[in-house]
Each structure stands twice: as structure tokens, then as C-alpha cells.
Write a protein that binds this ligand. Structure first.
Ligand SMILES: *[C@@H]1O[C@H](CO)[C@@H](O)[C@H](O)[C@H]1NC(C)=O
Length: 154
């Protein structure tokens, strides 16, 4: 029985070079109004996957809801944390601050954690999990990621 890792490395050798990591402008995910709105509030677009279908915002209260086509799994830079997005993400947004978030979870230390808030702080993003925070450079979130393991066009 052959080592599956051997088969995988063989496969990677055979795959055409277009499958490599070199950025290709033609594969840039399309942006939705929700991504533009993120920028307006001082956040990078990469906080939302490319699969946004619908987006609502109450300008008065800041309450928002983002509907994705389905649940979505992505790998977050730079530490490759696995994150899942629910079909619907809700929360409150104001300039540089998202709160009462519901629908984004991150896998770390063998557990799933719900991200409850995200703050923009200079060149960094501060992710809040209850009382705990983690800071990451915002430049890691410059592009809206495609969901993993889905066959429809994001
Ligand atoms: C928007 O939020 C305000 C303040 O909370 C509320 O009074 C209003 O009903 C909301 N509008 C909609 C369309 O939900």
C-alpha cells in the first residue's frame, strides 16, 4: 500500500503551474456591496468571504446582516486558523468597530471559538472572543477569500 502523501506529492507535481500560489488577476473574487461597506467603516474586505449574496444595514442602529450562499469554511492568515462562517452573519457595525457578532467561529487550541467583535486599530485588526483578544495585521485581509470545498462559483 502506497503512502497517500506520496500520491499527493505526485499529484502536485503533475498539476499545471496555474494551480500554484502565484496571484492571477483573473481569479480575483468579485466584490459585493457588503465588501465596499466594510471599507467605508474602516475594515479590510477580507473579513467577509467572496460568497456574499445579500446584505442589509440599518444606518441608524448599525445592525447588519450578511447572507452567504451557505456555510463557508476558510483558512485565516497568517497562522492558518480554520474559520467557519454561518449562512447568516449578524452584528452591529460602526466606524472601526464590529460588536455583537454572531456567525463567525475560529478553531484554535482544539476548540471552536465564536468571534464576538472585531476592532480596527491602526494597521491591525483586533479580534475579540469574549474577553480575550488577538491582534493581526490588517494587510493579511486585503482580499476576500473564496470558501473552501465548494463547487459552485463561490
Ligand atoms: C433601525 O434602527 C432604529 C434604531 O434602533 C429603529 O428605530 C428602526 O426601527 C430600525 N429600522 C429598521 C428598518 O429596522
Amino acid at each position: 500500500m502506497r503512502n497517500p502523501l506520496f500520491l499527493l506529492s505526485l499529484l502536485l507535481l503533475i498539476l499545471p503551474s496555474s494551480y500554484s500560489q502565484t496571484p492571477n488577476p483573473n481569479t480575483k473574487p468579485p466584490l459585493h456591496q457588503a465588501h465596499t461597506e466594510l471599507i467605508n467603516f474602516g475594515f479590510p474586505i477580507g473579513l467577509l468571504p467572496a460568497s456574499v449574496k445579500k446584505y442589509t444595514l440599518n444606518q441608524t442602529s448599525g445592525d447588519f446582516a450578511v447572507d452567504l450562499g451557505g456555510t463557508c469554511k476558510i483558512t485565516l492568515p497568517p497562522d492558518n486558523y480554520l474559520a467557519t462562517y454561518s449562512k447568516r452573519i449578524t452584528g452591529k457595525i460602526e466606524n472601526g468597530k464590529m460588536a455583537e457578532l454572531d456567525g463567525i467561529r475560529v478553531r484554535a487550541l482544539f476548540k471552536w471559538w465564536s468571534i464576538t467583535g472585531i476592532r480596527s486599530s491602526g494597521d491591525n485588526l483586533v479580534f475579540e472572543v469574549g474577553m480575550v483578544t488577538a491582534k493581526y495585521p490588517a494587510k493579511n485581509f486585503g482580499e476576500s477569500p473564496f470558501c473552501e470545498g465548494r463547487h459552485s462559483s463561490s
